[in-house]
Design a protein around this ligand. Sequence first.
Ligand code: PHE
Length: 453
Amino acid sequence: MMTEPNHKRGLWKTRMGFILAASGSAVGLGNVWKFPYITGQNGGGAFVLVYLICIAVVGLPIMLAEFTVGRKTNLNPVGAFQQLKPGTLWVGIGFMGVLAGFLILSFYGVVGGWTLAYVVKSLTLSMEQFTSPTAAGALFDSFIANTGQVILYHALFMGLTMAIVIKGVHGGIEKACDILMPTLVVMLVILMIRALTLDGAMEGVKFYLYPDFSKLNGQVVLLAMGQAFFSLSLGMGAMITYGSYLPGKENLTSATLYVVLFDTLIALLMGMVIFPAVFAMGLEPTGGPGLVFSVLPAVFSGMPFGWIVSIIFFGLLAIAALTSAISLLEVVVAYFIDQKKWGRKKAVLVMGGVIFALGIPSGLSEGLLKDFKLFGMTFFENIDNIASNYLLPIGGMLTAVFVGWVWGTKPAHQEIERHETPFHWAAYWEFVIRYVAPVAVAMVFLTQFFATG
Ligand code: PHE
C-alpha cells in the first residue's frame, strides 16, 4: 500500500472509500423517502425522465466542480473559496454552505430519528397495528405528536452521527460507509424482488417507467431539478469538503460518474420497490410525504414475512439518513477545525450539540408547537424552506459561476488532469458548467421565489 503524507486533516485511505463516502452523502432521505413521493405526486415516468436529464446537465457538472475545488485547496468550503479568490465576496458561498449544513442537519436529524423509531417499532410492535393505511397513518400521527419519543430518537440519531464524525474521515466516515453502502444495495435488491413478485406489481412498474408526457408542465420540470440538486448533496460544499480529503492521484471525473450513477441507481431502485408495492396493494401513489411512514407499513403487513421486511426497510432508511447526516455535520466541523483551529472532538461535541438543540423545535413542530407559525409555516417548514429552497440553489448556481467564470475552467481543468488522469468529457463539462447549469439553477431558484412569495 502507498504511504500517505502525514496530513493533519486526514485523507481517504482507498479510492473506493472516497467513492462510497461521497455516495453515502448523496444517498439519503432525499432518494429513499422524498424521490418516490415526489415522483408519485408528479405523474411517474415523465417526472423520472426529466429528473434524469437534470442529473446529467446540472448535477454532474456541479459535482465535478465541487470535488475539484475541494481537492485543489484541501480545505473546507469557506477556506477553499478564500484561497482561490482571496479578499473577495466569493467566500460567501462557503459561509452559506456551512449555514446550510447547520440548518439542514437540524431537521434532517429529526426525520432520521423517525426512521430509528420505526426500526424499533418494527421490532417490537405486532404488524396487526398496520393492517390498513389509515391505521398506519394514525400511528405515525400519534408518534410525531409525542414530544418525549420524538426528542429521544432525535437525540439517538444525532448521537450516532456525532460518534462517527468524531472518529474523523478514515477512522469513522470511511469505515462506516465501506460497510453501510454495499449493504444498502443488497437490501434494496431483495426488497425490489419481493415487490416485483406481488400480484398486480406490473401496474406500478408501468406508472413508474412509462412517461405520460401530458403530465409534464413547468412546475414538474422545476421540481425534478430541485430534487436532483438535493439528492446529490450539491450547493452547500458537502462535496467540496469530501473532495478536500482526496490525495492528488484520484481520478475526479470517474469518481463523479460513479457517485452520480450510484445515487441515481438507489433512487431508481427505490421507485422499483415502492410503486409495484403500492399498486399491488391498490393504494394511491400520490400520498405525499407520509407515503413511506404511513403507507408502506400497511404494504408490509400484507406480505409474507412482512414483519422482517419492515425491519429491513426502516433499517435501510436509517442507514441512508445516517451517512448523509455525517456529511452535513462534517461540513460544519471542517470549518471549525480549519478556520477556527478547534480540535475535532470539540468541534463535533459543541456544534453537534447546538444543531441538536436547534432541531428540537423542528421535532416539536407536529406536536407541541403545531400552532406556532411564522409566515404560515411551522418552525420545521421554515428551516427546510430557507435551507433547501434558497441556500442550496443559490449556492450551487454561484459555485457553477465561480468555477466557470471566476476561478476559470482552465485552472479547474488543470487540477482535474493533475497526475495525467485523462478528462474525456472536458468539452461537455466546460459548456454545461459555464452556460447550462447556472441558468438552469437560476430558474429553479426564481420559480421557488415566485411560488413562495
Ligand atoms: N443528499 C442527501 C439526501 O438525499 C441530503 C443532503 C443534502 C446531504 C445536502 C448533504 C448535503 O438525503
